[in-house]
Ligand binder design. Sequence first.
Ligand SMILES: O=C(O)C(=O)C[C@H](O)[C@H](O)CO
Ligand SMILES: [Mg+2]
Length: 402
Amino acid sequence: MKIQAAKVVITCPGRNFVTLKIETDQGVYGIGDATMNGRELAVASYLEDHVIPCLIGMDPRRIEDIWQYLYRGAYWRRGPVTMRAIAAVDMALWDIKAKMAGMPLYQLLGGRSRDGVMVYGHANGADIEETVDAVGKYIDMGYKAIRAQTGVPGIKDAYGVGRGVLHYEPADAQLPSVSGWDTRKALNHTPKLFEKLRDTYGFDHHLLHDGHHRYTPQEAANLGKMLEPFQLFWFEDCTPAENQEAFKLVRQHTTTPLAVGEVFNTIWDCKDLIENQLIDYIRTTVVGAGGITHLRRIADLASLYQVRTGCHGATDLSPVTMGCALHFDTWVPNFGIQEYMRHSEETDEVFPHDYHFADGHLHCGETPGHGVDIDEALAAKYPYKPAYLPVARLEDGSMWNW
Ligand SMILES: O=C(O)C(=O)C[C@H](O)[C@H](O)CO
Ligand SMILES: [Mg+2]
């Protein structure tokens, strides 16, 4: 069996997605997601110009060998572009292998570990009252877990406050827009949101919050401590994680569970965090961290230290990633939770899939493969449209972490 052809499909049904399609000499094809929000064309080129020429003629059944070939063979290892390109190949090859085996991907990984995958949605609002109302809408939709983000008085475009209820697309301009930040205002305001949420809805639902890399370790420890009475499911990206040791400082001061990893690309980005139990959930994704093959390695390491998975699942991760993630989540023994920002209707039409939402959980389908396809004719109707993530500046104009 040989890889006969491969191509990159770039489409923009409301937002940009990069998809790799690998075709074999036996008529079976597989697809993988390669989307990197705000830098999509870099990954498309990496695939078209440097990966696809190497793949032609290879045996698509040799998933591990191809993974090692693309990882070691790049010489320049570990970056987000490289690992997304490897992820797209990996997802497509697992799709092919499962189709050839005539079984849904989760069966190939080791079978079902749970009936459904608990997910969380994004509730947000311009102020506390709006966010409390948005959380109520998610509860009414049957969600067991809800992330809550709110506007902060005095901060321009606080993170996570979108224009719609069901999904939030931060890549909002053809050149980076500028949002504001002020830690003191956020520290004063955020605990009030969760106090109001617990007063309103009690403790029967999981509440999550995303710090989005905005705090120093001491500030993150301070906020984590202030949030303890509200029993969060997790406080995510509390501080930038390039320095994994920084989490020791946070961990010393708060029992609020910590989650990190959506911007990680390999196991090396989180090895110390996991081995020192500095986090409770690892957020690495199928698309961001080298595909199913590498994400399994991260999950296995995490399982040794009672760290659970909590894959990132924002709208900029395509339905192909969501499909693969759900098969992974259905199998992985140390599952925690799956983020689920719903895609737009146009996106779901371009990427027909067999997963579905019910009672606060997502359920992958039984279709052989990962259960997601791409309608290339429809995809062609949505040409690429440059879109950047915002940048953040402090009140004195200093650059900060968006
Ligand atoms: O969903 C989350 O937790 C995010 O932090 C969303 C990110 O801002 C988004 O995926 C960036 O493209
Ligand atoms: Mg996040």
